[in-house]
Design a protein around this ligand. Sequence first.
Ligand code: DSN
Length: 384
Amino acid sequence: RYFMIKYQKIFLNDKEIEKAINNELIRQQDRIELIASENYVSEDVLKAAGSILTNKYGEGYPHKRYYGGCENVDVIEELAIERLKKLFNVKYANVQPYSGSVANAAAIASLIPKNGKILGMSLSSGGHLSHGYKISFSGYFYQTYFYDVDKNGILDYDQILELAKKIKPDLIICGASAYSRIIDFKKFKEIADQVGAKLMADIAHIAGLVATKLHPSPFEYCDVVTSTTHKTLRGARGGIIMTNNSEVAQKVDRWVFPGYQGGPLFHQIAAKAVAFKEALDPSFAIYQEQIIKNAKAFCNEFKLANIEIVSGTTDNHLFMINVKKSFNLTGKEATEILERANITVNKNAIPNDLESPQITSGIRLGTPAMTTRGFKEEEFKTLA
Ligand code: DSN
């Protein structure tokens, strides 16, 4: 009865898919969802994402399309752009990227030539595949180097500067998918300036916190900022790219289409627009504040039990537990045990992890989804 989600079962002629979707509804309803990158969208976002807009093609940008009949999707895309610009107080926005990784691909290509040098955060320190990892496009098409967190699991800007001086990257990427502390974008800009590099921030995880000023904003310091729309931002799945530089903005538009993508997914763009309007509502800031309060209360319970928190504590919506050190379990084992208790988390590499990415020594815990479902500090303490 408590903390229910409000979605309805669906009925399809295709009974196999109907059953799988409705089973997924039960899974989302019955499990405690702690994956830091997931959330529960509003019914309006869901309706827009499932709308007839999926029928429409419209390569290009509003009023400059390669197809006819785009008068309604133009309204939708323009609204999405305007709302997004207002949300982050930024001059230019592209709402077409299908995902965060494609947004990163287009943003990187807009800033540096192919085979250029990238300095990004290593995956085991909390970075992302698309920030230069060898098996992603970013490590394949560019020369990539990585900075790590220090022995306490914290970004050490002096060390990053030393590394940047040696490597002389064309681009520094900041932003993470598993880092629980504040990221100092101003310090990253100082480093980038000292070595003549461009600076890109990927705020996919913390976008909702940045939009509501609960995390420092990167916009003043970065040549380009990318994000996804479905994590703390609580929108439909997808990517976005933003910049204050008109030349970069033109390149971004060209690299999204025709550079990396074909026809925009207008159903997703409409759903993003709905989510941006929700994020502009004052209630969204209260939700984001609660995400952080919950993460701190949750994390603190583990600390009281002397459980090892990677990076010491949390300043945002997530934290990681070193389950190897605390419970002599791998991340994979801990994830499977929690699954049996109806608690969904993901295994996660931790700094200097000796286990492979398939096994890991850590788990990552996030509060955005259960905060949407009404959990407050007390529920998170009980859960811990
Ligand atoms: N897969 C996302 C996450 O879980 O953080 C990043 O792309």
